[in-house]
Design a protein around this ligand. Structure first.
Ligand SMILES: [Ca+2]
Ligand SMILES: [Ca+2]
Ligand SMILES: [Ca+2]
Length: 289
């Protein structure tokens, strides 16, 4: 009985350690930076026209007291930052995104003008700092290729490099995209998701492959599934991500935005976790005997 309890405790401890630490790649609430210089040391300013960096700000926050402001501007090449990190592939047991494994990327986005025309305020998850191939860039936020009325109305938006957005009926039941095309921003408008509103919203992308032959995406708005995009690219375009950018670096038509709680994690296949926990328990029993 004692041994049994010990084994269960080991299973719980083993499970929680794997879940909590195995795949956390980046988690930044921007509240630990003492000043703008400290923020810029972690998130490199990559704008080329001053002011080059997003602004550490207390004007709005999802987690108090700070977030990153991208001020309203009519000028391109300002207010953009980049943070690089360990390749997501290094967290995979198979060397790259395996079947059943997940890359989960999310952040909080402050929408300052929910009834206005969508302006270029977004964040990118990227494979390389010069993405050019299919699936090398995933973006969430807002972009000006669609009007507020397009595609069923005011919704948050996403983009996948290399994915040609169709304007035919959406198989998941949302409004057709009014505007499509190669690598275009599309609206996250399915499954009864809410439309834009003033204030903070959580945007999340879950990146998987169900067959190892292409990449599948689920996009969530405030943790409600809002769009599915499946079977993008091929085996060779299943990507390993290594940097995140905040701010479009383009004119946002003088519409400010804020970003908070940037989060990126790698979730191994559940059965692998369970098997490794069970293996630990079996080893424990063997040792005790
Ligand atoms: Ca914060
Ligand atoms: Ca990479
Ligand atoms: Ca849709």
């Amino acid at each position: 009985m004692k041994l049994f309890k010990f084994a269960i405790a080991a299973l719980i401890v083993g499970g929680s350690v794997s879940g909590a630490h195995a795949g956390l790649i980046l988690s930044d609430n921007f509240d630990g930076y003492a000043d703008q210089a400290a923020f810029e040391a972690a998130w490199t300013p990559i704008g080329t026209v001053a002011p080059k960096s997003g602004v550490l700000s207390t004007a709005q926050s999802s987690s108090s007291p700070q977030s990153i402001q991208v001020p309203g501007t009519g000028t391109t090449s300002q207010y953009r930052n980049q943070r690089s990190f360990t390749e997501t592939s290094t967290f995979s047991s198979s060397g790259n995104l395996g079947i059943g494994e997940k890359v989960i990327w999310s952040f909080d986005f402050y929408d300052s003008a929910p009834t206005g025309a969508p302006a270029r305020n977004y964040s990118n998850l990227q494979d390389t700092t010069a993405p050019s191939g299919t699936n090398q860039l995933v973006s969430m936020g807002l972009n000006n290729n669609q009007s507020g009325a397009n595609s069923g109305g005011q919704y948050y938006m996403a983009r996948i490099l290399g994915y040609t957005v169709p304007t035919t009926a959406d198989p998941d039941g949302g409004p057709n995209e009014s505007v499509g095309g190669a690598s275009a921003y599309f609206k996250l408008n399915d499954f009864g998701v809410g439309s834009r509103s003033l204030g903070w919203h959580n945007l999340k992308a879950v990146i998987t492959t169900n067959d190892g032959l292409s990449t599948d995406y689920e996009f969530y708005v405030d943790n409600v599934l809002a769009e599915r995009v499946i079977n993008i690219g091929s085996t060779s375009s299943i990507r390993s991500y290594d940097n995140i950018r905040i701010g479009s670096g383009l004119s946002n038509a003088s519409t400010e935005a804020f970003f908070d709680n940037m989060h990126l994690e790698y979730v191994p296949e559940p059965s692998v976790l369970l098997l490794s926990s069970l293996a630990s328990v079996a080893l424990l029993f063997a040792r005790r005997r």
